[in-house]
Design a protein. Structure first.
Length: 392
């Protein structure tokens, strides 16, 4: 391994009040990275956070690079460091789509449509998001959710929307369940253990679900049988990236036991469009070249194998640095390029629609958001782009 100064790492970055000098960079096997890389992720103990730690250990061993992981309890707290240039990347969920679309908590004057970019994402052997129910709750199928107490995570509309996507499988909405507000993902786990909630959303291999499984209440994953085409179609109209999937490696089950659910990308490694192209290129390269070194470091880390990605499945453009690397390894093709260009067009349409919206937007918060969602829908429909229907 050769150590040298990296001209990309001459700036200072701050994260949650911690001053951070990037200092020297390191190069090995033609991979060059700043001395410190900062990711935001889900809270400590979650699958995404644990994967980031495992990847960070490899970066430290191979390049002497320090990967600092900022845990965020909700969507905004994970993306705020990215937007303010206090983090290079974020390893989260589909809040990247919500930020691009200015949906939910991002439909605010201070936010608006964000120029997010994706580098790569994981598709693990276990599902990325499903309903986790207490074993004694009587929830054996999605239809059984009616009238049950379901955790609603404050400040995490992507999680809450994900739950509604799954409820739609049985033609249910949040109006059909008893909403129990909690302060964060880990608080939702506690609520189930303490019998204050019956169900929540999360990945099938989420480490905190081990606590639910070990509690007196036990754990159960209601399945979403794939022969219910109408149910799957209802999910797809809101989240086309959630596809039928047979999940293994589920918490509380035999490792090879399959359940029929849906899945999508998690974690997604994203950045803003203005992230340095060389940093994004080398981050993608390091993730790919050292996959064998970290794939067993945490539950779900096997999902980072680049061949598992469908490059035309997420409505977010790829970062130019990631594209450069994918071209080098022969993964990028004409279809991926065409889809990428359509995603760039989508962001342009959203940005222009937002500017029009601000010209005479209502001052009332609810009216502001309602008017924006209509403006957004009309602009996407006029541009012949998927509208990605929203519940709110």
């Amino acid at each position: 391994m050769v150590r040298k100064v990296n001209v990309l790492s001459t700036s200072a970055v701050t994260a949650t009040g911690l001053a951070l000098a990037l200092g020297s960079g390191f190069t090995s096997a033609d991979v060059e990275l700043p001395g410190t890389i900062i990711w935001s992720a889900y809270p400590t103990g979650t699958t995404g956070y644990s994967q980031a730690v495992g990847i960070g250990q490899v970066l430290q061993n191979e390049y002497g690079v320090n990967l600092r992981v900022i845990p965020g309890r909700n969507d905004v707290s994970r993306l705020e460091p990215l937007r303010r240039d206090r983090a290079h990347f974020s390893a989260g969920g589909t809040e990247a789509v919500s930020a691009q679309e200015a949906q939910f908590n991002f439909a605010e004057p201070a936010w608006g449509p964000q120029q997010t970019r994706v580098l790569m994402w994981a598709i693990s052997d276990a599902c990325s998001f499903t309903i986790a129910a207490a074993g004694d709750s009587g929830i054996d199928e999605v239809a059984d959710m009616e009238g049950k107490r379901v955790a609603w995570v404050q400040g995490a509309p992507t999680l809450n929307a994900g739950m509604e996507y799954l409820l739609s499988y049985a033609d249910l909405t949040w109006d059909d369940v008893e909403k129990r507000e909690v302060g964060g993902y880990m608080s939702a786990v506690e609520a189930i253990i303490e019998d204050r909630a019956d169900a929540m959303g999360g990945s099938c291999d989420s480490a905190p679900f081990q606590r639910i499984n070990a509690s007196p209440r036990g754990l159960n994953f209601p399945q979403l049988p794939h022969d219910n085409e109408e149910g799957l179609a209802r999910i797809s109209q809101y989240a086309p990236w959630l596809v039928p999937f047979k999940s293994v490696g589920n918490v509380g089950m035999d490792p090879d036991e399959e359940i029929e659910v849906v899945t999508g990308p998690y974690p997604m490694l994203i950045s803003m469009a203005d992230q340095d192209e060389d940093v994004a290129y080398n981050m993608t390269k390091a993730m790919h070249q050292h996959y064998e070194d970290y794939k067993n470091s945490a539950p779900g880390a096997e999902g980072w194998e680049v061949e598992r990605m469908d490059l035309t499945s997420m409505p977010i453009p790829f970062h130019d640095g990631a594209i450069r690397y994918f071209e080098e390894i022969g993964l990028w093709d004409e279809e991926a390029q065409a889809y990428h260009e359509e995603s760039l067009k989508r962001q342009e349409v959203l940005a222009e629609a937002w500017e029009r919206h601000l010209e005479d937007a209502p001052t009332d918060r609810d009216a502001f958001q309602e008017a924006w969602m209509q403006t957004r829908y009309d602009a996407l429909e006029e541009a012949d782009l998927p509208t990605l229907r929203s519940f709110w």
